[in-house]
Design a protein around this ligand. Structure first.
Ligand code: GLY
Length: 350
């Protein structure tokens, strides 16, 4: 089995999509978009697609609250009404919500139709759309339902980033920071020496981040071990994100992950792994970019409930990915609740 999906950039990506269509001659092509990618990205892509196949467009509403099974059912019904058969092709154009859900919808419909991911947010380019994870939320539990399914290919076009807000860029940038912290000290130094976050730097950063993720995923596609390191910052981050989603006050994924990386770096120090000095560097850098999230003591109980449901846990223990040093992560570290609470309190006082 292919361990990672082929990833192509910009014009080469369009060329490869056209090649796939020419070779496979899909009965129909369905573009799955949200209201933003419908307006800002689809026209360009459609104008470059060379195909005789009939084209359909399905639009969903953007936002994490729409990443659920109800929307999937609507999409499966729409695909059925459109008479999409197993030789159809679904092209997912959007951010992490859309590519995660679109991949899941494609992979379950009639036991699987081909799909292509075209990530249009930084988050989706460097993380969500690559590596073959699909998923939707169950209530406030993030990505609780999903599977592993590889797209035929992924087309990454950093040109789409110019349509994004600063917050969206910052959200994806948290995953770039994560890649440096877990796997590559040199990359971390490169990131932290940048003078702010600028679109002109993104092309190189995206390529390096994708290489790091590919390297990890190709060693452990179904996340039985090493791939867990990609969840650094996410045990806390996902729980906090789920908590605020449940409150009807969602935060961006990257904001949760940025906060989670500070808290989990602190836990790494408390577990005798990371040095205080490196923790200070991580904390200072992340706080220079991301606003602090107010985590009141009253929220802890609910946040722990979400953490207990984390997919990395076994035997009712909360398992963390921690840092041994910048550039080296370890996984499956059980951490006492008291240390986690101490780390959350420490974050609050920053
Ligand atoms: N987003 C983490 C992973 O793909 O494994």
């Amino acid at each position: 089995m292919n361990v990672i999906n082929p990833i192509y950039y910009a014009e080469e990506g369009i060329k490869q999509i056209n090649q796939f269509i020419k070779t496979n001659n899909p009965t129909k092509i369905v573009f799955l978009v949200d209201e933003n990618t419908h307006e800002f990205c689809l026209p360009q892509i459609i104008s470059e697609i060379e195909s005789e196949s009939e084209i359909e467009i399905l639009e969903i509403e953007s936002g994490e609250v729409n990443k659920n099974l109800y929307v999937c059912i609507n999409l499966w019904e729409a695909l059925t009404e459109l008479k999409i058969d197993r030789k159809g092709l679904i092209i997912n154009i959007g951010g992490g919500v859309l590519t995660d859900m679109g991949a899941f919808v494609a992979n379950c419909y009639k036991r699987g139709v081909s799909f292509i991911n075209v990530p249009t947010t930084l988050l989706s380019m460097v993380d969500a759309s690559i590596g073959g994870k699909t998923g939707v939320d169950l209530g406030s539990h993030k990505n609780q339902i999903g599977n592993f399914a590889l797209p035929e290919l992924v087309m990454v076009d950093p040109g789409f980033l110019s349509t994004l807000s600063k917050e969206q860029i910052l959200s994806g940038f948290a995953e770039i920071i994560k890649h440096g912290l877990i796997a590559d000290e040199k990359y971390w130094k490169e990131i932290t020496s940048l003078n702010g976050i600028h679109l002109e730097d993104m092309d190189d950063l995206i390529r390096t981040s994708i290489e790091i993720k590919k390297e990890v995923v190709s060693q452990d596609f179904t996340e039985t071990g090493l791939r867990k390191i990609l969840n650094f910052g996410h045990t806390i981050g996902h729980a906090v994100e789920s908590f605020f989603l449940e409150q009807g006050n969602p935060i961006l994924h990257g904001e949760g992950v940025a906060m989670g990386m500070i808290v989990e770096s602190y836990i790494s120090v408390k577990k005798g792994l990371l040095s205080e000095l490196e923790y200070e560097d991580i904390k200072e850098y992340i706080l220079s970019l991301y606003k602090k999230i107010d985590i009141k003591e009253d929220y802890f109980k609910e946040i722990f409930n979400f953490m207990q449901n984390d997919k990395k846990n076994t035997n009712n223990e909360i398992k963390f990915v921690l840092l041994e040093r910048i550039g080296k992560a370890v996984f499956d570290v059980a951490v006492d609740e008291d240390i986690v609470k101490q780390a959350l309190r420490n974050y609050n006082q920053l």
